[in-house]
Design a protein around this ligand. Structure first.
Ligand SMILES: [Zn+2]
Length: 432
């Protein structure tokens, strides 16, 4: 998942808003579909072996445009070929290359002709013909990660370390491969376009490139389903974003939930991953996500912490959904803009502390699971696990209160920040 402060706030807020807003429906709402008895053969063992390879040190963190990411791309291609998936990249290959201008990543205002490093990265694209429909469903997952952490890392140690990205996003890539395996043997009604994106961690670059240069007409895309960070399920909790992008999503994802997952349904179609690129092309999207954790964007995001059995349930849910979509026409899945309430949260422009909120924290204040080096919170001495309860004299109960207070402050302002660490409250000086 792409680490961008404002986007994380959005993600956090929409998650929190599930508690407060009825549009985030629990999974026990009534539905008109009969429970789907069919159980696709998605295997935790296969998922484990894919992640084991993709998140191994030999791939050195799969940084976009590196030879190690190319090894990951080759692995995906070999799996596709083994399953009989057809190439749908450029010139009869599985690949779609695009160029990353590294100078523009660090300075968005750099002109196009800025000299400096350019890298070629590749999306990997496959196709499984469906049984009857002319439309197609897009299944996506990014396979790049942070390499040694030169972009987007929350690791604060001095020695560069490999960021293996087992959850982010070897897990989603393994899901993509397992769905390719299953559906190549059991073709669904719809055609399937399988997209393994590069450049996600540098800012959704691969998916942005794809939607500008699609290898098959986007007008026939019925829906886009993105899997990013699906390997850490706990208590059967599954977040699905994008529920507000077509009226039928809520009913459909609930109808195929016969594994009794705790579905946390979130309306927003935009967020910190590649489905956003397709949302802006007016395609109904979903993003499957099992939640963040303290290893997010750190060298410790490793295979050992992956919950393969939980991920099997996630990928099985996707497979059932794809089968359920087969009986619906594209017209029955009209794109709608997700409600503006959450969209507004994308435009937060005040000062930031440079922290990653704990998405699951329900106590008083805002717990943080990550700190961006060199940012105000880091400079003030905050640590992962701290709970922020007040800025200056103003205390707050939750992320809403925190955002409200932050919005009244200015970049450069000196204030105090009150936190709870190890159960004890303390106040630190902070410069925004
Ligand atoms: Zn990420």
């Amino acid at each position: 998942m792409f680490n961008k402060q404002s986007v994380h706030f959005s993600l956090f807020i929409v998650l929190i808003s599930c508690l407060a807003y009825p549009q985030c429906r629990p999974n026990n709402s009534t539905h008109t579909f009969s429970p789907n008895a069919f159980s696709p053969d998605i295997s935790a063992n296969d998922i484990h072996s894919h992640i084991k390879f993709l998140a191994s040190d030999s791939l050195q963190g799969r940084e976009s445009g590196s030879e190690f990411e190319a090894m990951a791309a080759n692995y995906i291609i070999q799996a596709f070929e083994q399953y009989g998936v057809e190439p749908k990249g450029n010139d009869g290959t599985f690949l779609q290359d695009f160029t990353i201008n590294i100078a523009r990543l660090t300075n968005p205002h750099a002109s196009d002709d800025t000299k400096g490093e350019r890298r070629v990265a590749s999306n990997v694209i496959g196709w499984i013909p469906g049984r009857s429909n002319t439309d197609y469903i897009i299944i996506g997952a990014h396979y790049d990660h942070l390499g040694y952490g030169s972009f987007g890392s929350l690791y604060s140690g001095t020695n560069p370390r490999i960021h293996n990205g087992a959850d982010d996003n070897a897990s989603g890539t393994a899901g993509l491969l397992e769905l390719a395996h299953y559906f190549s043997e059991n073709p669904p009604e719809d055609n399937l376009l399988l997209l393994a994106f590069s450049g996600e961690e540098m800012g959704l670059l691969g998916s942005a490139n794809y939607v500008e240069e699609p290898t098959i007409d986007l007008a026939k895309a019925k829906a886009m389903i993105n899997m990013d960070m699906i390997g850490r399920m706990s208590d059967k909790n599954l977040f699905i974003f994008g529920i507000g992008t077509t009226p039928k999503w809520s009913e459909l994802v609930t109808a195929v939930n016969n594994d009794s997952l705790n579905l946390n349904l979130v309306e927003d179609g935009t967020g910190a991953s590649d489905h956003t690129s397709f949302y802006y092309k007016n395609i109904p999207v979903l993003h499957y996500f099992t939640g963040t954790h303290s290893d997010y964007h750190r060298p410790s995001d490793d295979l050992a912490y992956i919950e393969e059995e939980g991920q099997e349930l996630v990928v099985t849910h996707v497979a059932k959904l794809i089968n359920a979509l087969g009986s619906l026409s594209k017209e029955e899945l009209p794109f709608i803009e997700a409600p503006g309430k959450q969209r507004q949260t994308m435009t937060f422009n005040g000062p930031t502390l440079g922290v990653l909120p704990d998405y699951g924290f329900e106590g008083l204040g805002m717990r943080i699971t990550g700190i961006n080096p060199g940012q105000p919170a880091h400079n003030a001495g905050l640590q992962s696990g701290d709970i922020i309860v007040a800025l200056g004299e103003t205390s707050f109960k939750d992320i809403y209160g925190y955002m409200g207070v932050l919005n009244t402050l200015k970049i450069g302002q000196k204030i105090t920040i009150t936190i709870v660490r190890d159960g004890k409250e303390q106040t630190l000086d902070l410069q925004l």
